[in-house]
Ligand binder design. Structure first.
Ligand code: NAI
Length: 341
């Protein structure tokens, strides 16, 4: 089988550092991939391009798969988030974020094994904001039956395929009766009519967050609208060692873009100390996606090799600074390469 073409977006801040680390590991593991580099974010602007160039979007449509570093979004002003735009333009409606303890990383809990399924295209991230008067502004939360049905079906199908037993929806339908109410009704309907064998529960999000930090082992698959999924992803990352160890995938009907949950980390950018593991784990998710959708066992084999190497490195105490260790980005990559079969 010929190599799979993948769009690589290095991104901003620590993005180029972690994607470069990821490429080194993928290459050493013999992953059958051929990368095309395209830009987005501040990096694209600096090169005289649009913040999200059409060529980047078209390249992902053509290749079907992308691996992306984080992109910076200005706070309180400036351009619309590239990450939100990309998910909307490519209809990458489901974010999948597995959160698990890793051997060698000691945290408050040792039994975290949950997956966040986040609706990626609407809610408060629809970008509908208005200045009503000079001192009154508003943001619209948008929920459509199409998107709520689609993410519910995705979540239950995912749980079934991965032999997971329970879906929990976090919501605030006591306050946002229409939007979160629709989300709940769609999840209930999909559960009752199509997946009655998967356990299903609902929690008001504030109480749900308290339960996560008290005992995360009670959660299996969390099904969340856009904003809740964003916030709860970082909260859950904190349970297993932080943003350096949580990967992610943005999945659509035919397209998929893989990226870590973390952002561009401007506080450590350019220092060569970022933890590349979340991006490397996202690459493994990408290889498994290619193995499944293109029936290529070489992708799964390369992904398994990478997974074994990072599990060995972590168990041997090879940790970057965010995990309390003293390795820099390239030191951690070297530790992985030494342990690659
Ligand atoms: P952030 O995730 O970039 O950083 C939060 C904290 O975690 C920082 O202290 C940072 O140093 C640390 N951190 C994050 N990733 C790390 C890694 N791999 N290794 C070691 N430490 C790591 O979140 P923040 O500061 O809220 O956002 C910074 C920028 O990133 C913003 O412009 C934001 O819009 C953007 N962003 C982009 C995302 C994406 O491209 N998907 C996702 C989240 C934020």
């Amino acid at each position: 089988m010929s190599p799979h073409d993948v769009v690589l977006i290095p991104g901003d801040g620590i993005g180029p550092e972690v994607t470069d680390a990821g490429l080194r590991v993928l290459e050493a593991a013999g992953a059958p991939l051929r990368f095309q580099v395209h830009h987005a974010g501040v990096t694209a602007i600096e090169q005289g391009l649009d913040v999200l160039p059409d060529s980047t979007v078209e390249a992902i449509k053509h290749c079907g798969v992308g691996l992306k570093g984080p992109c910076t979004t200005p706070v309180g002003e400036g351009f619309t988030s590239v990450n939100v735009q990309l998910r909307q333009k490519l209809n990458l409606f489901a974010a999948v974020r597995p959160v698990r303890n890793l051997e060698g990383i000691t945290t408050r809990f040792d039994d975290v094994n949950l997956v966040i399924i986040r609706e990626n295209t609407e809610g408060l991230y629809s970008g509908v904001e208005n200045q009503v008067t000079p001192d009154v502004v508003m943001s619209m939360k948008v929920a459509t039956q199409t998107a709520c049905d689609r993410i519910s079906r995705f979540g239950f199908r995912f749980a079934t395929l991965r032999q997971r037993n329970k879906i929990t929806v976090f919501h605030k339908a006591n306050i946002m009766k229409l939007t979160d109410g629709l989300f709940l009704r769609c999840a209930q309907q999909v559960h009752q009519s199509e997946y009655p064998n998967i356990a299903y529960e609902e929690m008001i999000i504030d109480a749900g967050c308290m339960k996560i930090v008290q005992d995360p082992s009670q959660f299996d698959v969390l099904l969340l609208e856009n904003l809740y999924g964003d916030v709860v992803s970082d909260l859950c990352a904190g349970l297993v060692g932080g943003l350096g160890v949580v990967p992610g995938a943005n999945i659509g009907e035919d397209l998929a873009v893989f990226e870590a949950v973390h952002g561009s980390a401007p506080d450590i950018a350019g220092q060569g100390v970022a933890n590349p593991l979340a991006l490397i784990m996202s690459s493994v998710m990408m290889l498994n996606h290619l193995a499944d959708t293109r029936n290529d066992p070489a992708c799964r084999a390369a992904g398994d090799r990478i997974k074994t190497s990072y599990n060995r490195a972590l168990a041997d105490g090879c940790h970057t600074r965010d995990l309390g260790g003293d390795l820099d980005t390239s030191g951690f990559v070297a530790a992985l390469l030494e342990r690659l079969d």
